[in-house]
Design a protein around this ligand. Sequence first.
Ligand SMILES: [Zn+2]
Length: 401
Amino acid sequence: MRPHFLLSTELCHLHYRSPLYCDGTNNTNTGSVKTTVVGHIGPKPQQQNANPKCVGNIANAIYDNFQEMSKHSREEIRNDGENSWATKYSFCGGVYQSPLDFHGSILQYDSTLKPIQLYGYNASSTDYFTISNNGHTVSMSLLPSMYLEIPPFRYIASQLHFHWGSLADQKGSEHCIGGRRYPAEMHIVHYNSKYADVSTAMEAADGLAVLGILIEIGSFNPSYDKIISQLTNIKYKGQNIQIPGFNVQHLIPERLDEYYRYEGSLTTPPCNPSVLWSVFRNHVFISEEQLLLLETALYCTGQNSSAPIEMVDNYRRLQQEGDRRVSVSFREGIVLAVTLACVLGTVVLTAVTCWLFQRKKRGKETKKVVYSPAVPMEENTSKECPRKMGVHNFNMCFSPM
Ligand SMILES: [Zn+2]
């Protein structure tokens, strides 16, 4: 049972940091060398100040609070980076944090997980969505008539936004699968209908439900282009544009029944552990040109800034799962992985046993048959275990002598 938590009054959103890769390395963006990091808190990059970056947030309400902070506070946050989040925002160093890597040992099949039910996602073209550059990501407001149901609650759609990498390394998803990080990730944020709005909901343990969609490079995606084609119109912080409504479900994988589910947090300060995550197993595809635009079009800074900051690598490093388990709605893949591990283990064990048996037997024969006639080489070798034993030949060990 997830612990309830207190309201955090401190909010921040703009910072730079060193991205952590799924394989446990980070890239300081100061060269091609990656530095190995022990644990999930990595060392500060040496040239952080030379290359400040911004990061996405999960709720526009948070951003509004950020705007009210003093200039001094914002600079302080910018210069601190992700490594020091926990010193200012206790949740960031606490439990139930996101994102996670979905790997074998923490996954468990849950037959009670039903297909995610979406309602009102097919918005009319007479409605409008507002696409904004809020200084740390591109977000698109959604209609309150859009919602999903995860019993016993209904969650109302609030906004969607993106996380991505950079030209230097096009790996910018927050969640990873089996240690693999994807080029980008989209989050669709919903809040529990028993709360008045998203800012109130994020203060409650059962406040938010977020859909995670992993984005791969593939063919041109016309639905995603409704957003991506507008990026050049909102290059700078504070800019926004309205577009006609469209079917937001077209941004989501077709299989709504296959997903990872766990209890986690906002991936930006104040890191409230208030999110019920559902990350789809299947990916969506955008073209390389579309990804390139996402990685290069936006700035964290305003149009008149004398020191523009590129909006890149706006994803949080992986967090520790602790005692959490990630529920999985699909059995295929997990069973296959376990089966392969069992088969491999059996092969290795059998091969070792075979080798030991033959070694012992040859030792006995050498002692007993001192003056026996020589045996043809072909016959002799056909019954030995090869030094490099494979699946096809280790069975020879069990043939009659
Ligand atoms: Zn997000």
